[in-house]
Design a protein around this ligand. Sequence first.
Ligand code: FAD
Length: 504
Amino acid sequence: MSSSLNAARRARDLERLDAAPAVDLVVVGGGITGVGVALDAATRGLSVVLLEQHDLAFGTSRWSSKLVHGGLRYLGTGDVAVAYESAIERHRLMTTIAPHLIRPLPQVFPLMPTMSPGHAALVRAGHWGGDVLRTVARTPSRLLPRPDRIDAHAVGEYAPAVRREGLRGGLRFWDGQLVDDARLVVAVARTAAHHGATILTRCRAVEASGAGVRVRDELSGTEFDLAARAVVNAAGVWAGGLSDDISLRPSRGTHLVVDQSVFGGLTASLTVPVPGSSTRFVFALPAPLGRVYIGLTDEEAPGPVPDVPVASEAEIDFLLDTINQALARPLNRSALLGTFAGLRPLLAADSGHTADVSRRHVVHRDADGLVTVVGGKLTTYRRMAQDAVDAAVAWSGLCARPCQTRRVPLVGAGDARDPRASPELLRRHGSEAGAVLDIAAGDPIVLHPVAPDLPVSMAELVFAVRHEGALDVDDLLDRRTRIGLVSGDRARARDAAAQAFDLA
Ligand SMILES: Cc1cc2nc3c(=O)[nH]c(=O)nc-3n(C[C@H](O)[C@H](O)[C@H](O)COP(=O)(O)OP(=O)(O)OC[C@H]3O[C@@H](n4cnc5c(N)ncnc54)[C@H](O)[C@@H]3O)c2cc1C
């Protein structure tokens, strides 16, 4: 079946469900967890419908740090099982499932004069622990090199803006970095569609039980019932809205967006300890479109869950103050191009500071049979999906093959050596880069950047409308591309995004 998602397929799918409103499994939520569940269930031979109230990756999954962690930070908090699971899933993602979307990223800890030898030794021990996990997961050192110590000159090569006085060199560790988290979500959703799943955005589950879902088509306003043998609630921080048994304690994580020129061409994650903590760090990450993301906070976020969380002034100050410890010329607010914030779907059962709450996931079954999968993180989505579908199958009595997804590559994961494609296009589209370029056949202007210094082409926008399920301008600017993270860039690209719908 085709992996293309678009408005015409959505209309056909809704008509089909109108005629026969029953499937094996419904999954609620089009974040990384929900699309993972849809792919897992479809590849086991189940008929599947995924419902997302807004757009794919509308929720937390687009606000992450975009790292595919090998579990290093969970070693620091003693969560060895979570650390091990992360290392295994990182290996699968980087070698089989989505190698085109993930690259090895060096993380550099500058040994600043303020860093005590004891603290440096602790960081180093953590790195070696992380390397044991890499070895156990069988990730080759040619993909993720072993941790080592580098001299001050090498630190400056990676991070030209770093302060040199008293710099004793740095500690280097390697992990995975996604080109973008929302692109991973879209790739998983399209792969699920290729395996037969029905992916419906702008469709909200108004009510859900183990026997089915009441659905509202947010575009037409019509409602209908969809019967299912099993229903999986993967609604992230909104999961408690569908299940009274689920109580979450969201924690907000904020990033700042600055221009690469501020860092002089950063090519590693510049990682700086949070004063007073031996396990928390602020990092500056090289990001697409000539940007750098600076993260990350961990703030309790009680109260109603907003559609789009907003960074607080205190978080912005905290991130600037911490990263400035390592910079020759401190950044101030005038350097900010934007900010973004997301809510971690942490379980309320854990007490203490949210930074210390476990990142493990849980699968829970309500008395009415609704299965909820929540917690975890982007890196471990495949395992979360496997556990949720295993539970849904066992509890519903559905007949299904065992989990297949360890060996299922995502769309775009094939041979990505199209000589016509730029490295950026290959990183975003992998083996589909050629199909993007083919859109421009006869009209090379379609390959030009949509605006000066915004290296995204009209061809990519048209591809997103035809194949990646983009239904409006916001889908294009905020999730298929991340142009919208900077409001000035969003304004410059808006007309081009609108035009993409005419050209598609
Ligand atoms: C700041 C931050 C940084 C992070 N960094 C990393 C990282 O670098 N690496 C990593 O591995 N993990 C990271 N994580 C964790 C990771 O991002 C999350 O665990 C993950 O994205 C959660 O995905 P999800 O699909 O469960 O939830 P979401 O992405 O929030 O998806 C839930 C979806 O359900 C939809 N929905 C809700 N209710 C309904 C309904 N009634 N009907 C239909 N749809 C509905 C929502 O619109 C939403 O799209 C980070 C988290 C945060 C907050």
